[in-house]
Structures are given as C-alpha cells and as structure tokens.
Design a protein around this ligand. Structure first.
Ligand SMILES: [Zn+2]
Length: 136
C-alpha cells in the first residue's frame, strides 16, 4: 500500500514537471487544456507491468498531454489516433534496434517526438528510466 501511494506521488511530481515544461494543449488534437490533472498524461508505451513498459513510466518522451476527449477515446474506446500509433511504432522500432544492439547513437539525429523537448530528457526522479532508455 505504501509502495502504491509512493508511486502515485512520484507520478504526480513527474506530471507536474511536464506540465510546467510544455504548452497546455492536447498533443493529439491541439485543443487547449486549462487545468492540471493527472488524468491528462498518456503513456505512449503502456506503463502496465503486465505486457507493458513499466521501465518507461517516468520517461518524458513516453508521455503525451491529451485532452479529456482524446484520452477518453483512447482508453475507453481503444481507438488509437494515427499520430500516436505512428509514434508508438517508431518507439517499437527503436527499442528493437536497441535490443539487437544496432542502435549506436543515444539521440538519433532527426528523431524527435512531436511536442516534447528535444535532447536528453530525464525525469530527475531517479528510477530505472534512463538506464534502460535507448531513445533519449
Ligand atoms: Zn485532444
């Protein structure tokens, strides 16, 4: 229980950092987002421990700010926006290259997730993100 509470707090702190760094608008449809909520933050690579990528839970490149409508559509309708699906496919491609030892550069030239800040991103919250992250 304590561990779960800690994770929720860490999530909130991590989301707040992103909220301060990015424009307050949906990265999928562009709609303005007026109020901070932990429910706005979407993991491109799912954070679930079972079949997901919990190691990238606190990686900024793996987070998009989504408006209520886009996030709801995505989570409840299982409808993937083409933009998000394309980005996820690109992440899968890079991760596969990394697993095969073929990804030599830490920040692939020209690879830039839309809406994120380019460069080496770190959550400054510890955790396993950057150690295992081949993308940034
Ligand atoms: Zn939206």
């Amino acid at each position: 229980m304590v561990e779960k509470q800690q994770l929720v707090l860490t999530d909130a702190a991590f989301y707040l950092i992103i909220w301060q760094e990015r424009e307050h608008k949906c990265q999928n449809c562009g709609a303005p987002v007026f109020e901070f909520s932990i429910l706005l933050f979407h993991h491109i690579l799912a954070k679930r421990p079972d079949g997901g990528y919990p190691q990238y839970r606190h990686c900024k490149w793996n987070i998009w700010i989504l408006c209520w409508q886009c996030h709801d559509t995505h989570d409840n309708g299982n409808i993937d926006s083409p933009t998000i699906a394309k980005l996820r496919a690109e992440y899968h491609r890079l991760l596969k290259l990394h697993e095969d030892g073929k990804l030599k550069v830490e920040s692939p030239e020209g690879f830039h997730a839309p809406g994120t800040v380019q460069g080496h991103q770190q959550a400054d919250l510890g955790g396993p993100c950057m150690d295992n992250s081949p993308i940034w």
